[in-house]
Design a protein around this ligand. Structure first.
Ligand SMILES: Nc1ncnc2c1ncn2[C@@H]1O[C@H](COP(=O)(O)OP(=O)(O)O)[C@@H](O)[C@H]1O
Ligand SMILES: [Mg+2]
Length: 207
């Protein structure tokens, strides 16, 4: 589904990624592990089309990344993002936050996703009124609302206690079991064992 050939990237000459070759199949749950500064976020950003690689090829279902005319539309249709800091809007309720991500989505559909994540009772709460784990689940709800084919998560459990971190990983694993491709960058090697495949990023290279 996603294929990367010899991807390389640098920031003003400082090499961040070197010759990354990677093939990810539909429904796989992939974890990228590695120390801080190893290149996980850079790789995730390139794979998710947020960052243009300096070198190499990238394709989605055999469509070359360079041939995608409208990247915004492509992302909207295909990709869900989850970040360490949830980026929910504090003056909107959780329901409104998710609605904002897809104005056309029917309210019932949004409620279905809230149920799936076990936060239906929280739909009228504001992000400041709930726990970190609950906020992260709301952020996942927002990522799911467009039925993305691929979910990219960058350190999604970075600010969570181990119990909530486990819950988030279990949710991601369940999504992949239902056919969503899930690609997560994490420095938590223990949680990473829940993935189908673990890649170690070290000095910008895949091990
Ligand atoms: N926007 C940027 N500008 C310059 N250097 C960057 C930028 N983002 C990351 N880097 C550098 O690229 C390398 C890889 O960083 P990153 O991909 O963020 O790693 P990780 O997510 O594993 O911590 C690091 O040396 C980092 O300092
Ligand atoms: Mg990072």
């Amino acid at each position: 589904m996603i294929k990367a050939i010899n991807l390389s990237h640098d920031y003003n000459g400082d090499i961040a990624l070197r010759d990354i070759n990677l093939e990810i199949k539909r429904g796989e749950f992939i974890c990228l592990v590695g120390e801080s500064g190893s290149g996980k976020t850079t790789l995730l950003s390139i794979l998710s089309t947020l960052l243009k690689p300096k070198e190499g090829q990238l394709s989605f279902n055999k469509q070359n990344y360079k041939d995608i005319k409208n990247l915004d539309e492509f992302r909207q249709k295909n990709i869900g993002f989850i970040f360490q800091f949830h980026h929910l809007i504090n003056y909107l309720t959780l329901f409104e936050n998710v609605k904002l991500a897809n104005e056309e989505c029917k309210d019932e559909e949004i409620l279905k996703v809230f149920k799936l994540l076990n936060i239906e009772d929280l739909k009228s709460k504001f992000p400041t009124e709930i726990s970190g784990g609950q906020r992260q689940r709301a952020a996942i709800a927002r990522a799911l609302i467009n039925n993305p084919k691929v979910i990219f998560a960058d350190e999604p459990t970075g600010n969570l206690d181990s119990k909530n971190a486990q819950i988030v990983f279990e949710l991601l694993k369940n999504l992949s079991a239902k056919g969503t491709t899930v690609i997560v960058a994490t420095h938590n090697k223990e949680l990473a064992t829940m993935a189908n495949k673990i890649y170690e990023v070290k000095d910008g290279q895949l091990k």
